[in-house]
Design a protein around this ligand. Structure first.
Ligand code: NDP
Length: 399
């Protein structure tokens, strides 16, 4: 039994909050703290009648002193950061100040540079070790479950893994001409950046969306997918010994890409501030304000997601292929927790990571990526808490 402080009250936090309340054996209390307190109170109103005691608070997660005061007052066993990647470091600072363990789902990204890397958070390693507290980085789906899948494949299926292809397919249809499934600013920054993959000990860079493949996804069918840089490539390249290549592909429909190209061409995806009617605005932030709120997509989205990893390597001297994946249904997620599958597939692993750190199953002072922990309890919890996984020993390969 323990208490989590959840920071953020958006799409992903909403699912994690529902899941903590379903899992009251582990979470006897949660505090929901975010910039807009009314969103926290709405969750308390909806879910506060159950066994998990809920408190709420307003906090600016960029303000280390305010966060420190909040953590001291609420005394959680773990802080679950579900705000935006910009807040990772200030929340880690407050965890250090209060000697409280930390879990997040996305690596730090400075607000003024669209470049996410682990170096800023890895720089906290020694300080977390000295404080005797655990930081679990990237406990969403990708990063998150993809790292757990990799650790599981290495532990149970291979002597050495040589190739990993991470395939992220969202075949959901929300009926809007253009909308993003999670925070539009973070999403568009990610996909308008140059692509890259890890091969033979170094990064190979590509133009945005330069590499396209078509894949026949189980339970979904054939979809176009594009190679992107993705944050787990960086940690898996370090943590999977003998790895030769890791790539990440995400599916996008033609209409989505045409809209995005047009928005890019007119400058709407830029993060450079411009002068507008006497004040500075960031075009991408303005675009976020006019696009549908990802939270509003839940009731409209139909179809499934399929996210997984195809591994190739050797076992007992023989070449082997292995595919681990999860299929999630948007409408079933909405029925259960009031959110679509993209938030669901992130919020469930966030709850599981927080639970394992909180109850000491994953206690490892320092700053660690998810694949550095024993995958077995996490894999069992995925089956129990709504993201059952499937395996295949003869998947179609990506060339
Ligand atoms: P949302 O935009 O829906 O929610 C973000 C929440 O953080 C909002 O409640 C927002 O408050 C709050 N917030 C933002 N800034 C601050 C601040 N300074 N202080 C306090 N609260 C703040 O995002 P999502 O729920 O879609 O995403 C949450 C996180 O999950 C992101 O980091 C995202 O990158 C990550 N993610 C990870 C995935 C994975 O698989 N690993 C997949 C999808 C997302 P307000 O309500 O006032 O705006």
């Amino acid at each position: 039994m323990g208490k989590a402080l959840i920071i953020g009250a958006g799409g992903v936090a909403g699912v994690a909050i529902h899941k903590c309340c379903q899992n009251s054996e582990a979470f006897d209390a949660i505090c929901i703290a975010s910039r807009t307190k009314s969103k926290c109170d709405a969750f308390k109103e909806k879910l506060g009648g159950g066994k998990t005691k809920i408190t709420t608070a307003e906090v600016d997660a960029n303000d280390v002193a305010a966060l420190t005061r909040l953590i001291e007052r609420e005394a959680p066993d773990v802080v679950l950061n579900l705000a935006l990647p910009y807040q990772d470091l200030s929340i880690m600072d407050a965890c250090l100040a209060t000697k409280t363990s930390y879990v997040d789902t996305a690596n730090y990204e400075p607000e003024d540079t669209a470049k996410f890397e682990y170096k800023w958070q890895w720089a906290y390693r020694a300080r977390f070790e000295e404080a005797g507290i655990t930081a679990l980085l990237g406990s969403g789906f990708d990063p998150g479950v993809t790292g757990v899948f990799s650790a599981y494949a290495l532990k149970h299926q291979f002597d050495e893994i040589h190739y990993i292809d991470i395939l992220d397919c969202n075949a959901g249809d929300h009926g809007y001409p253009f909308a993003t499934n999670f925070n539009p600013e973070i999403n568009i920054r990610e996909i308008s950046a140059r692509g890259s993959y890890w091969e033979n000990g170094g990064w190979v860079e590509t133009e945005p969306m330069e590499i396209k493949r078509v894949y026949d996804f189980p339970e979904i069918g054939r979809k176009d997918m594009y190679l992107l840089h993705h944050e787990e490539l960086e940690s898996l390249a370090k943590n999977i010994p003998g790895i030769r290549r890791i790539r990440f592909f995400m599916t996008f429909g033609e209409s989505y890409l045409t809209h995005l190209k047009c928005l890019e061409d007119v400058g709407m995806t830029s993060i450079e501030p411009i002068e507008f009617e006497g004040r500075k605005i960031v075009p991408l932030q303005f675009l976020k304000a006019v696009l549908p709120d990802p939270a509003s997509l839940g009731p409209r989205t139909k179809g499934k997601t399929n996210i997984g990893c195809i591994f190739r390597g050797v076992k007992d001297g023989k070449e082997k292929t292995y595919y681990l994946y999860n299929v999630c249904d948007h409408e079933a997620c909405y029925k259960e927790v009031g959110s679509q599958a993209v938030s669901y597939t992130t919020g469930v692993p966030a709850m599981i990571g927080a639970m394992l750190v909180m109850n000491g199953t994953w206690k490892k002072p320092g700053v660690h990526n998810i694949e550095e922990f024993d995958p077995d309890p996490f894999m069992a919890a995925l089956n129990r808490w709504g993201l059952p996984w499937k395996e295949s020993f003869s998947p179609e390969l990506v060339d």
